[in-house]
Design a protein around this ligand. Structure first.
Ligand code: BGC
Length: 450
């Protein structure tokens, strides 16, 4: 194995490596922001909104029945039919693409598309004439006023449908269904994917208190004592719920400048070229929508400074969006010193002239970006764990980056352990939280209604 001297490259990437002190600072600043989001006085201006989800009861494993679930929030839209039985979880689902024209069209257009997919799916499954309870996973920042009322605050992750912000998405779905007139559904709950992830894991692990997504977007929810939620408008006291799942929307952490001390020129560039400049700064440093592009920006810089590839890039490399986030996982999945996948990626990008040293440099850049994402997520989780102060907690995680990156889980275990040394924790992949979680929230709501 050749060990390349990458000193000049490492020097160039120094800003992407966060020190222990910086991570502790990130954690402390998040704590301040969470308190602002939860406070009645500061909520309005807070960037980390800490929305109340109205999910107060975690599943106890006795939930039963047939449910429909909708899952909108990433690159795809899914409809699911879920059967919760004793010790079994039967699930049929279908994925539908959300074309760019719909992502950037109108709110009505989006919900008509959703209703159409749903009707097709119900027909295929032979349940067109049934009125099934439905859980709707809608993974964008929403101000909730109850389990079935969620006002979209702002779009994220490349969506921008006109005329939807400020509206209740449950009502928009109902209106679209009414416009069709061929199906009936009973919307029991609208939830965020982080809540679904938490619920899906809590069904099996009763000490699960945190749900994290590291996918197209980034976010977390956790269980908070009601007494700490100044924004709660409902009843308090012994008969009221004692705890509540809070959707932090930590993707927006840093939108008020508190992360400027660690943001780099690459982060600025990502932000400026995005559809939502100035928004979702934490998310832009972490999630799959931006990870590959961050790597590409660093590589372009290194080429321009004649530090890699003999100073020769390619049209592909110089064009936005061409370094896919999945490349990061593929490249880092190889044994150190082996560059087969790396070469394939570089060839796809028209960089067949890369030598082994170039491959080592590309891998190094990928590592810097993905480690930073894993460590920032860890700082966030560690903040929540310290805040809850429970001794043994399971953290449920889902999302494409966490799932497919070969080291993300281990990096998180390591860093959370360092940042919260006194708390026992485990991190669990939450299998399909957005789908199952939606059914579970709907099921718990049905149970309570009965
Ligand atoms: C959204 C969150 C969501 C996260 C992960 C973010 O862009 O604002 O609501 O949970 O992505 O999907």
């Amino acid at each position: 194995m050749v060990d390349y001297d990458l000193q000049d490259i490492q020097e160039r990437c120094r800003d992407l490596i966060l020190s222990e002190e910086q991570l502790v600072e990130v954690k402390q600043r998040l704590e301040t922001e969470l308190n602002r989001g939860l406070s009645k006085e500061d909520h309005e201006d807070a960037s980390v909104k800490c929305f109340i989800t109205y999910v107060a009861d975690l599943p106890d494993g006795t939930e039963r029945g047939n449910f429909l679930a909708l899952d909108l929030g990433g690159t795809n839209f899914r409809v699911l039919l879920i059967h919760l039985g004793q010790n079994c979880f039967d699930m049929k689902s279908k994925i539908y693409a959300v074309p760019q024209s719909i992502m950037l069209g109108t709110g009505e257009g989006l919900f008509d598309h959703i209703a159409e997919c749903m009707a097709n799916f119900m027909e295929e499954q032979g349940v067109l004439y049934e009125e099934l309870p439905l859980g709707f996973t809608f993974s964008f920042p929403c101000q909730q006023e109850g389990l079935t009322k969620a006002t979209l605050v702002t779009w994220t992750k490349g969506f921008k449908c006109a005329g939807a912000e400020g509206k209740d998405v449950v009502q928009m779905l109902k209106d679209a269904i009414k416009r069709r007139g061929d199906i009936k559904i009973d919307i029991m709950a609208v939830l965020n994917d982080t809540t679904g992830t938490l619920m899906s894991c809590a069904y099996k692990k009763h000490n699960c208190r945190v749900g994290v997504i590291v996918g197209t977007g980034a976010n977390a929810c956790y269980v908070e004592k009601l007494e700490n939620t100044g924004t709660w408008k409902g009843p308090r006291g012994p008969k009221a719920p004692q705890r509540m799942v809070i959707n932090t929307e930590w993707g927006a952490f840093g939108d008020n400048g508190v992360l400027d001390f660690i943001r780099t020129v690459y982060d600025d560039e990502i932000d400026q070229n995005s559809i939502n400049p100035g928004k979702q700064q934490f998310e832009k440093m972490i999630s799959g929508m931006y990870m590959g592009e961050l790597v590409r920006l660093v590589l372009v810089k290194l080429v321009q400074e004649n530090l890699i590839l003999g100073g020769h890039g390619s049209d592909m490399l110089f064009q936005r969006g061409n370094f896919f986030t999945k490349y990061v996982s593929e490249i880092e999945g190889e044994k150190k010193g082996e560059y087969n996948s790396c070469r394939m990626v570089l060839e796809e990008l028209g960089l067949g002239h890369a030598n082994d040293r170039d491959c080592a440099a590309v891998r190094y850049v990928c590592e810097c970006i993905s480690r930073r994402a894993a460590f920032l997520t860890s700082a966030g989780v560690s903040c929540l764990l310290d805040r809850m102060g429970e001794s043994d907690v399971t953290v449920a995680v889902d999302g494409s980056v966490y799932r497919f990156h070969p080291h993300f889980h281990d990096l998180m275990m390591l860093k959370i352990g360092e940042l919260s040394p006194h708390i026992q924790f485990d991190i669990m992949l939450s299998e399909d939280g957005s789908g199952r979680g939606a059914a579970l929230v709907a099921a718990v709501a049905c149970r309570l209604e009965r």
